[in-house]
Design a protein around this ligand. Structure first.
Ligand code: 3PG
Length: 209
């Protein structure tokens, strides 16, 4: 059973899922999100800059709680921990990922959308799961249905979540937070419109957790 602490999830209702295309954007983007009250930042390994971005934000952005996303194997898990990631998110799950999370005692959110996947993650010792891709996997109705057989588990839905439907999820007692890419639109990042990102973050931070 994982004894890692997941209290950080209560600091903000939304976790932005971030892909850093240009490393020079990492720090101002993180600063803009934190200024809007969004402090848990999931930096994905979808670009070559993911690990460097985690390092830079950890060193330079006060108040940011930096995690890593799109972790698909043990090698990526270990590299992210070396870079300073404070939590780990995967779109799925594997025995190797479970093992790294338990050995390192880092908070880990494995992905699960079926009852069988939920049981596997629970058996491995995890109680808070990423529900991805939420929108095409039954959405809020599916997570609500999970509260019957899996009343002791909580979910963090991502994939198709946005400012307009986030409360459909956040109003469920078994949803701990939501995640998504809507807080970091690439046109605003490329134009370095950090005030606009802070504005989006502020709206997201005021959603009901
Ligand atoms: C994720 O990994 O959580 C998703 O890519 C987020 O999906 P979204 O772009 O629909 O928010």
């Amino acid at each position: 059973m994982s004894s890692a602490c997941y209290d950080f999830l209560d600091s903000a209702p939304v976790i932005p899922v971030i892909a850093i295309e240009n490393l020079s954007h990492a720090v101002p983007l993180a600063e803009a999100l934190v200024a809007g009250g969004i402090v848990n930042l999931e930096i994905t390994l979808r670009t070559e800059h993911g690990l460097d971005a985690i390092r830079l934000i950890n060193q330079q952005v006060a108040g940011a709680h930096v995690g890593v996303g799109t972790v698909c194997n043990a090698r990526e898990f270990d590299a992210a921990i070396d870079a300073g990631a404070q939590f780990v998110v995967s779109p799925g799950q594997s025995d190797a990922l479970f093992e790294r999370a338990l050995v390192t005692n880092i908070p880990f959110l494995p992905g699960a959308v079926t009852a069988t996947e939920v049981i596997a993650a629970k058996e491995a010792g995890f109680r808070i799961l990423k529900f991805f891709p939420a929108g095409t996997s039954g959405g809020a109705a599916a997570i609500k249905a999970f509260s019957g057989p899996f009343g002791d588990l909580q979910f963090v839905p991502t994939g198709g979540v946005n400012i307009h439907n986030a409360n459909d999820y956040l109003s469920l007692p078994n949803v701990r937070a939501v995640g998504g890419t809507w807080l970091t639109p690439s046109d605003a990042i490329n134009a370095e419109r950090w005030d606009h990102i802070t504005h989006i973050a502020r709206d997201a931070s005021q959603l009901d957790a």
